[in-house]
Design a protein around this ligand. Sequence first.
Ligand code: NAP
Length: 314
Amino acid sequence: MEKLYDVIIIGAGPAGLAAGLYAARAKMKTLILEKDKTGGQIVTTNEVANYPGSIQNATGPSLIARMVEQAEEFGAERKKDTVIDVDFTEKVKVIKGEKEVYKSKAVIIASGATPKQIGCPGEKELIGKGVSYCATCDADFFTGLEVFVIGGGDSALEEAMYLTKFAKKVTIVHRRDELRAAKSIQEKAFKNEKIDFMWDTVVEEIKGDGIVEAIVFKNKKTGKITEYHADENDGTFGIFPFVGYKPQSDVYKGKIELTDDGYVITDADMRTSVAGVFAAGDIRVKSLRQVVTATADGAIAAVAAEKYIENHFD
Ligand code: NAP
């Protein structure tokens, strides 16, 4: 007979791992599904300074490793599979993975968000060839080279500061003349001598034959187009877009209530529009997307799922 889980958690970032820890600790038969690398966006972050209790120099990967260990210690099972469809119409929920079909009494969706692309010509073609969305993963390739960071939010500034440890110069390109990032982060970036800013500027095109060689900018106020070419000796440079994130919710379209831009709508107990289906972390509508709020969501969702199962299953 097919195994029936109490809770299946989709996504193994901080929200999913916290949900897994709470669910398994409550003795629920718990499965955490992850399509890719465990950890979600936080493993692409070098420094986690604002998670309470984080020790100095705590990195995204080290924090995730401890969360995984803790969830597994309590008995949460983990599998690598990509969810391609779900059926939430019956009391027992069905999750179709690429490898297997899974069944559970409750589901917690914690599949997070992925980096948005700028959307300019050349960007897609040059991913991994000078264009990167993960400073922690790729900064090393740009040791001694120039780097452009696109965006003006917390991610852009924090990752730009990290990149200064490798690059000879980092230029933050922002489409307005005022940053979106928190003031505390802005202050640090302004003090960093290796960081320059290009204001009111958008990227029109990225050029290169197999590797990034040039980038075309447009000043939004003056309309002036400028093209930056790689230094002759370097031959290339780096481009790191940090222009926000897109929720990974395509598979839930038409199955649970989403906003127009794809975020899952929940109540304060993480309940979605379908009974027995909960959501936690960056994928849901919320005002603050941080590790601390993701783990809190995960804990709340697991406890709410436990109550739901108690009330709806014998
Ligand atoms: P974000 O806050 O949405 O910022 C995105 C930035 O990219 C904005 O400056 C935006 O410009 C710009 N942008 C968007 N689309 C663009 C485009 N097509 N071309 C050029 N620029 C574009 O995203 P984020 O920085 O990744 O942060 C996401 C969430 O994570 C936030 O809630 C943030 O607070 C949080 N976070 C927190 C920390 C921390 O606390 N340490 C670290 C990282 C992230 P506009 O400003 O003009 O809209």
